[in-house]
Design a protein around this ligand. Sequence first.
Ligand SMILES: Cc1cc2nc3c(=O)[nH]c(=O)nc-3n(C[C@H](O)[C@H](O)[C@H](O)COP(=O)(O)OP(=O)(O)OC[C@H]3O[C@@H](n4cnc5c(N)ncnc54)[C@H](O)[C@@H]3O)c2cc1C
Length: 407
Amino acid sequence: MDFMNDTQRALQARARELAQGEFAPTAAATDASEAYPWENVTRLREAGFMGMTIPTAYGGKGASYHDAVVVIEEMAKACATMGRIAVEANMGAIGAIMAYGSESQKRLAAGCVLAGDKPAICISEPGAGSAASEMTTRADRRGDGYVINGRKYWITGGGVSRLHLVFARVFDGGVEQGIGGFIVVRDGDSPAGLVVGERIPAMGVRGIPETYLRFADLAVPASALVVPPKGLAKGFGSLMNAYNAQRVGAGTVALGIAQGAFEEALAYAGKREQFGRPIAEFQGVQWMLADMSVQLEAARLMLHRAARCKGAFPDMTEAAQAKILAAETANRVANDALQIFGSSGYSRHLALERHVRDARMFTIAGGTAQILRTQVAASLLGRKLPQTRVGYAELAERDASRAGAAK
Ligand SMILES: Cc1cc2nc3c(=O)[nH]c(=O)nc-3n(C[C@H](O)[C@H](O)[C@H](O)COP(=O)(O)OP(=O)(O)OC[C@H]3O[C@@H](n4cnc5c(N)ncnc54)[C@H](O)[C@@H]3O)c2cc1C
């Protein structure tokens, strides 16, 4: 049971053939070299898996997020780096621009991705991770454009991406308008004012650089602002809606990594003999394999449910629930797969230790497992939970007035 139709099964077969034929053989080298796999990205583009969710009117395939999820799992199973590239070439920044952008913004963004670009989404800052809305990067209106100043960190694709969706506090005449997203295109070293900073040495999925980005009086035209339909004040909320798709995509990469690790462990358990029998004949190992399969199937069902969205983007709660389960499943399953390999799994000769490192990021990046639980709880309780400075201040005020009334 996976909610797939026949067309999607054919898509899955095509994606699997490409991923296993081209990307699995180079996955270890991509991890070791930490180099962006440009040649594989070209293969991905030629296969039509970059920008597949872009509407046909803009040159894409008009594929659904559910179709993309089917492809992403296959990519990630072969090579986690290629899985993440497939996410960012179909969800995240490109999804936001195709939903909220102007006609010219859509054409520009679609052109970049269909030519093989993996866009970067630039939200996090050293002082604003989970508390993303506390970002300090600002865009000041100057004449018929904006000037952006600030610093971002952990930007996936820093130094390799062309298209950037940069989130900043927008000021007009010195008055804050809320948070907006700006399209910034980097070709070579341009534009002046966008500085790609130091690469952050990451634990896993090492084929994509994560870097600091600095904006030093970066001038952009007013037409670079991706204006959400409800107006700028609600811009961040609208733009973050697009992030629900990115979360489903990230969860799917986690699932693909874990599925790959599971299949390796299953095969090994049938071959490795101890005490004169294959280790798969021991109930302790059998139950580990059974538990791994249960968790994988559950995560897949939740991801597919979220991806089969009726609206423009997956539902926030379904996306958060699916990402929590998929990310935590990936960590458990990759670890258990390594356990089944014993000392061989711990060795760097095999891929198991890489799978464990690759899986680790998914309870952190794109909304931590704790923050996503808070979102799920807020939706269950039907109210916004006091996670912000204002929220806690309001709570303290309420408690103080209750204490006063009780006296
Ligand atoms: C591999 C990787 C790639 C990334 N790519 C990008 C990218 O492309 N673009 C981008 O903008 N960002 C990116 N990020 C940043 C990512 O989104 C942040 O790491 C994430 O939002 C968490 O922020 P933080 O790391 O600053 O942790 P913090 O917010 O400092 O959190 C630290 C710990 O405190 C917990 N915590 C914080 N607040 C609460 C709360 N209210 N309740 C309970 N627990 C809480 C967290 O769950 C976490 O365990 C990436 C990160 C990684 C690791």
